[in-house]
Design a protein around this ligand. Structure first.
Ligand code: DAH
Length: 349
């Protein structure tokens, strides 16, 4: 009979060879059972037969068997790992290419006009102003009369108003789409006592032909401050901060006399052109200034209409056109781009 030593060696060589060439995980598992299985395993059986050997032989063969067992276990593990790796490699090759760009993950964001309005509003809320909003369908009284545009006032003509067909207010006067955010001043003052510090962002409507600088729907942010001892200097301070926050630069602004029935004096506010630092360029038409908004000190007539005493309180108001701010800030020369919602345009903000 072949010495056990040689039998073990042959078994080892054969097992290692077969493990190495096993085709898959199932074949590998059956080899493990065949050689190392606890009951019928071929190595297990050899170990069982040690009982008949002398002490010396037992020791030598015992050591050798343990070595063989160790080698086979190692080989089985190694082969199992390589089978798994092959499997992964294959699936990567056939189904998943990690070098391909990932599926784009689209993030929603605010429309540029919303962003600009938020920026404007936050300049003022940081100063302690509250946000007050009003409805888009307004009464003639709030939109015009209370703002010192009596029914026959010519300034009404400058607001090409949309009327809401068949809908009238309590005084049987047709309702309208608000032509500016100024009526929120009236709503707020008639329901709150001074001091008042509010900003009102919102949508306004005018019956205008659409072109590069006009739209029949646009956006404004109204501001109103009523307190004791308010002057044009306070207005200049907050608007200068507004200009600096929105456009950078040194916050240079200038006031020009103008006319709005609900303020006296009425002014138009220019900001120093930040594209040329006031030196003059094509955008500011070589003036160094950009017309930005209307403002003024609240007309005492308006204060009286809402029940305030102009001897006790005074205030300023301003109306900022959001489109105008956004167009200057981002160098946009056609207002229609804001409403077409072309993603190539919107994605840039
Ligand atoms: N409401 C005016 C408009 O739409 C803008 C405006 C001018 C608002 C002067 C004001 C202001 O509050 O004081 O043309």
């Amino acid at each position: 009979m072949e010495p056990l030593k040689d039998t073990l060696q042959t078994l080892q060589d054969e097992a290692l060879r077969r493990i190495e060439s096993a085709a898959d995980a199932i074949a590998l598992e059956s080899l493990r059972v065949e050689y190392l299985g606890r009951k019928e395993g071929r190595l297990t059986q050899i170990l069982r037969s040690l009982a008949q050997l002398s002490a010396d032989e037992k020791k030598a063969i015992g050591q050798q068997s343990n070595q063989v067992k160790g080698l086979l276990e190692e080989a089985l593990t190694r082969k199992q790992e390589s089978i798994e790796k092959e499997k992964i490699d294959l699936s990567l090759k056939t189904s998943l290419d990690l070098t391909l760009p990932a599926t784009p993950w689209m993030r929603g964001k605010c429309h540029p006009l919303t962003q600009v309005m938020d920026d404007i509003v936050s300049v003022f809320t940081r100063l302690g102003f509250n946000i007050a909003e009003g409805p888009e369908v307004e009464t003639d009284f709030n939109n015009f009369t209370a703002l010192n545009h009596p029914p026959d006032h010519p300034a009404r003509d400058s607001h090409d108003t949309f009327y809401v067909k068949d809908f009238k207010d309590g005084a049987n006067v047709p309702l309208l789409m608000r032509t500016h955010t100024s009526p929120v001043q009236v709503r707020y003052m008639t329901t709150h006592k001074p001091p008042v510090y509010i900003v009102s962002p919102g949508r306004v409507f005018r019956h205008e032909a659409v072109d590069a600088t006009h739209s029949y729907v646009f956006h404004q942010v109204e501001g109103l401050a009523i307190d004791t001892d308010i002057s044009l200097a306070d207005l200049k301070g907050v608007l200068s901060l507004f200009a600096k926050s929105l456009f950078g630069g040194d916050g240079g602004i200038r006031f020009r006399p103008s006319y709005f029935p609900f303020v006296e004096p009425g002014i138009e506010v220019d900001i120093s052109c930040t594209l040329c630092q006031g030196k003059g360029c094509s955008v500011c038409k070589n003036t160094g200034w950009i017309e930005m908004l209307g403002a003024g000190l609240v007309n005492p007539k308006v204060l009286r209409t809402v029940g305030y005493d102009p001897e006790q309180v005074s205030g300023y108001a301003f109306g900022i056109g959001a489109e105008r701010v956004a167009m200057f800030k981002y160098g946009i020369n056609d207002i229609r781009l804001f409403y077409e919602n072309d993603l190539r345009f919107l994605k840039q903000f």
